[in-house]
Design a protein around this ligand. Structure first.
Ligand SMILES: Nc1ncnc2c1ncn2[C@@H]1O[C@H](COP(=O)(O)OP(=O)(O)OP(=O)(O)O)[C@@H](O)[C@H]1O
Ligand SMILES: [Mg+2]
Length: 469
């Protein structure tokens, strides 16, 4: 360590500054493992208030299973530097480095421990990656992504939200709990349902998918529950087993469950509670062992309030709730998805086309109301339509129906998406939104934006609200 000839007080003051501003968690214990110093970062990462830590003993943390092992206790025992992987009871895990401070007689006086929160590091890393729009970096990143891609099979992602979702889904796949998958259209709900089935021991048994909104009520009932001979005119003479029976031992996906008629909801609730189905026109219950997965992009809570969905059923199907985020919540997945679809459609159409980095960069910035499905369509369209092996930015614009409005002196283009039959008002609104978004990014504050745009703050805030910015 190097320092000027600092007096004791200055050193003490600087020590405090170091301690309080470090993003690394720091704990100092005495020779018995009792905590004598702890900093903010440590308290934030471990969720233990500083006042509770001071005076606590590391050994007792281990004994009460609060932490899996203690770096200080190991330092005290081994009298040397250690690096351990520590798990907290809350589920997080950290790398902790412990260092001994010895006295002249070679006895431990203190242990100093540094704790690094891996998830914080990971988040910081992701943030940097997302924010960076530097082309070269993007290109390198893209190469890296292609490698990741080779390892992923069906569900393509890179974002932490998706990683957490896939992890959660894999963990619950083999438990027989009901799972509700919610999320906007095209976000991958069905893919998660597939994963739940594929990773369960039910995978050798049928996986039945039924879309509750696509089938008329009566038919839906007979499809799900089956019927006895003579239950309807025109029914099969021997009657028919329903899908719930057919799926015995397997799983069933009830897609758009929000659209299920109330009366069927009551019947379904029975299946969930008693694991039994009764065919239409029968008095006999049949035991079935089916894992129910429900999915919807509707707001079930709202449907409950409107008395269109049974609350008791909601709690039954919602033991585990998986919320799929829209693509706008995980933009970092976009390049990987593009690469994935590029590969898939090149294979399908026997092409060898590539997206230019500009085109990828541009596609990354778009809003996809149809989420992954929409992105997939765009990539397919571009692969099929482009006349070159490299898909250019211009082609990407064209695929999105974008007109090049005008160029400024430096060759920059102002872009707005113009759809057929759009009114001038709508086009102007889009333009206005773009301008406000740009100013907001550059200036941040409403007051400054108003000043720069030579208008008043009330107008700015009203417009920001209007465009949801
Ligand atoms: N993470 C992903 N990786 C690869 N493909 C994806 C991913 N997410 C979605 N897709 C693809 O996008 C399309 C839509 O996905 P899926 O059918 O699972 O969405 P959904 O949420 O069930 O949509 P909807 O609400 O319209 O039923 C599918 O072709 C699917 O293969
Ligand atoms: Mg679906």
């Amino acid at each position: 360590m190097k320092s000027h000839n600092l007096d004791k007080d200055t050193r003490a003051e600087l020590f405090d500054v170091l301690l309080e501003n470090s993003f690394i968690g720091i704990t100092i214990t005495d020779e018995k493992g009792e905590i004598v110093v702890v900093n903010e970062a440590q308290s934030r990462i471990t969720n233990i208030p500083i006042v509770e830590s001071i005076g606590a003993n590391m050994e007792s943390y281990v004994e009460s299973n609060y932490i899996s092992q203690s770096a200080s206790m190991q330092v005290i025992q081994d009298k040397k530097r250690v690096v351990i992987n520590q798990k907290l009871s809350a589920g997080k895990s950290h790398v902790v480095e412990g260092i001994p401070v010895m006295d002249d007689a070679d006895h431990i006086k203190y242990t100093v421990n540094f704790l690094l929160d891996e998830s914080e590091l990971e988040e910081a890393k992701q943030e940097i990656e997302t924010v960076s729009s530097d082309k070269e970096k993007l290109f390198n990143k893209y190469q890296e992504l292609l490698e990741i891609l080779n390892e992923q099979e069906d569900i393509i992602y890179q974002s932490k939200v998706m990683r957490d979702i896939v992890y959660l889904a894999s963990r619950v796949a083999d438990r027989d709990v009901a799972v509700l998958i919610t999320g906007p259209s095209g976000s991958g709900k069905e893919l998660i349902a597939n994963l739940l089935h594929e990773k369960s021991r039910r995978k050798t048994r049928p996986f039945v998918k039924i879309n509750c909104s696509a089938i008329p009520e009566q038919l839906l009932e007979s499809e799900l529950f089956g019927y006895e001979p003579g239950a309807f005119t025109g029914g099969a003479p021997k009657g028919k087993a329903g899908l719930l029976e057919y799926a015995d031992g397997g799983s069933i996906l009830l897609d758009e469950i929000g659209e299920m008629p109330m009366q069927l909801q009551a019947k379904l609730l029975r299946v969930l509670q008693d694991q039994q189905v009764r065919r239409i026109g029968s008095t006999k219950d049949i035991k079935v062992d089916v894992r129910i997965i429900a999915s919807t992009n509707a707001d079930l809570k709202k449907l409950i309030a409107e008395k269109k969905f049974r609350e008791d059923l909601y709690y039954r199907i919602n033991i585990v709730d998986i919320k799929m985020p829209g693509l706008d919540k995980r933009r970092e997945d976009i390049p990987l998805l593009i690469a994935h679809f590029e590969k898939r459609f090149n294979q399908k159409y026997n092409f060898n086309k590539k997206f230019s980095i500009d085109a990828i960069n541009y596609l990354m910035g778009l809003d996809y109301c149809g989420n992954v499905r929409e992105l997939q369509n765009i990539v397919e369209r571009l692969i099929v339509q482009s006349s070159n092996d490299v898909i250019t930015l211009e082609e990407a614009f064209a695929a999105m129906g974008i007109l090049t409005i005008e160029e400024d002196g430096e060759g920059r283009r102002e872009l707005i998406k113009v759809e057929e039959e759009m009114s001038l008002k709508k086009i102007m609104e889009q333009y206005e939104r773009k301008i406000l978004l740009h100013y907001k990014k550059v200036y941040g504050k409403g007051t400054v934006m108003a000043e720069k745009l030579k208008t008043d703050q009330a107008t700015i805030s009203r417009k920001l609200k209007k465009y949801g910015l």
